[in-house]
Design a binder for this molecule. Structure first.
Ligand SMILES: CC(C)(COP(=O)(O)OP(=O)(O)OC[C@H]1O[C@@H](n2cnc3c(N)ncnc32)[C@H](O)[C@@H]1OP(=O)(O)O)[C@@H](O)C(=O)NCCC(=O)NCCS
Length: 135
């Protein structure tokens, strides 16, 4: 069972998706790169809650896959703001899978920290202008 890394009230459900056969690797389980892409998207949704600026991904901290994900699982990407720096926003992402065969079975797939940098129109870093959008 998943052990949330933060109080539930700090976590936002950024993305919830059912994965399909197109998302599999050669062994028939879900390809890790699909999950990595969704982690980046989920963290970007969280960053958008805190700034309207354009941001780019500068780092994705260690991602360890603890459990496989299977076709038909519902995968949740839960996000939490970790830090707003001068030009950066750091977001934690917790990934859980709700097993297709047993909706009561929720497993922690992985967790990661993603760092974004606010950039101007020329792609140069720029100080973060904070906001709070409640979505
Ligand atoms: C993002 C980018 C503009 C940063 O420019 P830079 O001059 O190298 O920036 P800095 O090294 O001064 O770091 C800027 C911020 O990012 C943080 N940062 C940079 N590298 C980091 C890393 N590896 N891990 C965590 N934070 C990092 C810094 O701590 C700093 O945060 P702060 O201002 O809040 O204190 C530049 O590296 C870039 O354009 N990278 C490509 C981004 C991109 O295209 N991403 C998509 C890849 S497909």
């Amino acid at each position: 069972m998943a052990e949330p890394t933060a109080p539930a009230e700090d976590l936002h459900l950024a993305i919830q998706v059912m994965l399909l056969p197109k998302d599999t690797n050669a062994h028939g389980t879900i390809f890790g790169g699909v999950i990595l892409s969704q982690i980046d998207l989920a963290a970007a949704v969280e960053a958008r809650r805190h700034t309207a600026q354009r941001v780019v991904t500068v780092a994705m901290r260690e991602v360890v896959f603890h459990e496989p994900v299977f076709v038909g699982d519902v995968v949740r990407f839960l996000t939490r703001l970790v830090r707003v720096g001068k030009t950066s926003i750091t977001v934690a992402v917790l990934v859980e899978a709700v097993r297709a065969q047993d909706p009561g079975c929720v497993v922690k797939v992985t967790e990661a920290e993603v760092v974004y940098v606010a950039v101007d129109a020329d792609g140069h870093k720029t100080p973060v202008i904070r906001r709070h959008a409640d979505f």
